[in-house]
Design a binder for this molecule. Structure first.
Ligand SMILES: *Cc1c(COP(=O)(O)O)cnc(C)c1O
Length: 381
């Protein structure tokens, strides 16, 4: 193509018409674990399924292009993607992570630190003093996750990346909540992007997978080497299915985000709702930063109701919204973070973070807007 195609075109066209064998329009699925050698002296482009696979490579090329990276490694889950990144630092190196990062990430880093493999400091990255104090400890890696879960707090990616790199740290951003169609961490100065492809990238709640995208080919090669070495690479079928889901990412995000915006406005006016956390609302403290570093607020939101009884009533009676953890699928989900996604957190820490039993989180899907709003309206009644 003469001009660099739009992101949406890249997503739809990824690996289309690229089959070298039978010229299929969409990529075929290669489930083989091993490949023929042309001769004993000569190895073909593929030799063993843990090391490489055409479906995994196709998805990797698509994700690297979307995030603006040099290379991507496809992993078996979002957690194995984050664990893979730890191979970029040495034993006893320090990682700075957000105090309100994804629960699984918090658990992984905490227990890797307890094993004595790394050191970790969880801080509020929106607090400049806390950030400077932590950077003075000379971290080898800084992990950014924005928006946070479940309170949708934003941090300034470009500012944190610039400061961290001045201290020599590798900057990793978890871009799961927004995807490359809403936020581009590499363009904002980060070195590495990680994804739980389980969420928006696949988008249909039928695959668990992950990806690590590196800005430089050099770091990409190290990650790919370790993924093969430790065997955390994703399966051919999961990669094939994720690329299939990925094609509609732009359209899904547009519709889901527009539904989320309408729901946030509805909730904001409801008398039983005491607070709505959604950076798409003009009144949200993150609204200005959202405009600066994102191309839209995305489709996740949380809200607080007046009392626990109301929260229970909604959870037990709501239609359409399925009671389940996870996010990013075409179907709408509702959850109570305090008893579901954040149950593992100590109560004191949870309350300090503002996660009460009155807080509900929505992953807004692409059902008709009026039906979603009616479902919410009726659940309050
Ligand atoms: C879900 C999630 C993960 C973990 O991904 P899995 O695919 O469940 O292993 C990591 N980070 C964020 C922000 C997530 O939402």
């Amino acid at each position: 193509m003469k001009n660099k195609p739009d992101l949406q075109t890249q997503i739809v066209q990824a690996e289309i018409g690229a089959d070298p064998a039978f010229r299929s329009v969409v990529p075929p699925l290669y489930t083989t674990s091993t490949y023929l050698w042309p001769s004993v002296e000569e190895k073909g482009p593929y030799d063993y399924g843990r090391t490489n696979n055409p479906n995994r490579d196709g998805l990797a090329r698509a994700l690297a292009a979307l995030e603006g990276g040099a290379a991507a490694t496809i992993t078996s889950s979002g957690m194995s993607a984050i664990d893979l990144c730890l191979n970029l630092i040495k034993a006893d190196d320090l990682i700075i992570a957000p105090h309100d990062c994804y629960g699984g990430t918090h658990r992984l880093l905490t227990h890797r630190a307890e094993q004595g493999r790394i050191r970790v400091l969880f801080i509020d990255q929106s607090d400049p003093d806390a950030l400077h104090e932590a950077l003075d400890e000379k971290p080898a890696m800084v992990l950014i996750e924005t928006p946070s879960n479940p309170l949708m707090r934003l941090v300034d990616v470009a500012k944190i990346a610039k400061l961290s790199k001045a201290f020599g740290a590798i900057v990793v951003a978890d871009n799961t909540f927004l995807s490359p169609v809403r936020q581009q961490p590499l363009a904002l100065g980060c070195d590495i992007v990680v994804h739980s492809t389980t969420k928006y990238l696949n988008g249909h709640s039928d695959v668990v997978g992950g990806a690590v995208i590196a800005k430089t080919g050099e770091q990409g090669e190290i990650l790919e080497w370790w993924a093969n070495c430790s065997g955390v690479t994703g399966s051919p079928f999961d990669s094939w299915q994720t690329l299939r889901g990925l094609r509609t990412l732009s359209a899904r995000m547009d519709i889901q985000e527009s539904n989320a915006q309408a729901i946030a406005k509805f909730l904001q006016k409801h008398k039983a709702v005491t607070k709505v956390y959604y950076p798409g609302l003009r009144s949200d403290p993150g609204h200005k930063l959202m405009k600066a570093q994102q191309s839209g607020p995305g489709a996740m939101l949380s809200f607080e109701v007046q009392d626990t009884a109301t929260a229970s009533k909604i959870l037990n009676s709501i239609e359409i919204f399925q009671l389940a953890a996870s996010l990013g699928g075409v179907e709408s989900l509702i959850c109570q973070p305090s008893t579901m996604t954040h149950r593992g957190m100590a109560e004191e820490a949870r309350l300090k973070a503002g996660i009460t039993d009155r807080l509900l989180r929505l992953s807004v899907g692409m059902e008709a807007e009026a039906d979603l709003i009616n479902a919410l309206k009726n659940s309050f009644a």
